[in-house]
Write a protein that binds this ligand. Structure first.
Ligand code: APR
Length: 227
């Protein structure tokens, strides 16, 4: 089976009701991104950060995977599909994708502030000040914040290098190192970009731009790949 690698971003979850990041002037749900998604923000006001991610988890409970997530599962019938996602939601999992690599962490998990290797599933939506790891340190969201290392980038690069087909869906390709992944495919590897906006890309013979939302765009991709 051919290896099909999907790089997804916030846009694939937009039709599930989760806002993308760059649609509101750099603010994220009315917050400066640096206040809620950086180590400095956490130092300054951990209560604000905990509350912010608690709200994101609560919102996630009310969201369902959409036709875009489901279409990517459908591709598994004919391809060895690996999803690399920048999203911290669990909608790819809930749709049924079997191989998912989260580059920027996961909302449903928490980690120790003392030892990054101590990662736990969170029961429910609320992480409280005073919730501690087994070493007695405060727990924080299991999210890769701005300015932090992206440990999953190495396996993501390996997957992308080995891709026979690359599908990029719902990402503005603004944030590195994720955005740089597209440079690891060979010049002949077909790349499909699905986005209703105008993402940054260089026109090339191997690039097909599907200028649609994820729901219809992924369906169009399935049709193109079955021809
Ligand atoms: N279907 C597909 N794409 C869509 C849809 C949709 N229904 N609606 C919007 N989009 C597109 C937008 O046109 C845009 O190109 O999704 C993209 C979203 O881009 P961003 O908001 O920049 O999100 P993303 O690329 O995932 O951001 C990367 O930045 O803030 C950080 O860590 C955060 O993982 C995030 C990273």
């Amino acid at each position: 089976m051919k290896k099909l690698v999907v790089l997804s971003g916030a846009g694939i979850s937009a039709e599930s009701g989760i806002k993308t990041f760059r649609e509101s002037n750099g603010l994220w749900e009315n917050h400066e991104v640096t206040d809620v998604a950086s180590p400095e923000g956490w130092e300054r006001d951990p209560h604000l950060v905990l509350d912010f991610y608690n709200q994101r988890r609560k919102q996630l409970l009310e969201c369902e995977p959409n036709a875009g997530h489901k279409g990517i599962v459908e591709l598994e019938k004919n391809f060895d599909v690996h999803v690399i996602t920048q999203n911290v939601d669990n909608l790819h999992e809930r749709a049924g994708s079997s191989k998912i690599l989260h580059l920027h962490g996961e909302l449903t998990k928490v980690e120790s502030t003392k030892d990054k290797n101590l990662v736990y599933d969170l029961d429910g939506w609320e992480l409280k000040w005073g919730d501690k790891c087994e070493k007695g340190a405060q727990l924080r969201p299991h999210i890769v914040w701005f300015g932090e290392a992206v440990p999953a980038i190495e396996p993501a690069i390996e997957l992308t290098r080995a891709a026979d087909i690359l599908v990029v869906v719902g990402t503005s390709l603004n944030v590195y190192p994720a955005a740089g992944l597209i440079n690891y495919v060979s010049k002949r590897t077909p790349i499909y970009l699905i986005d209703p906006g105008q993402p940054l890309y260089t026109p090339a013979p191997n690039i097909t731009f599907i200028n649609e939302k994820a729901s219809t765009g992924v369906q169009k991709l399935i049709n193109l790949l079955s021809q």
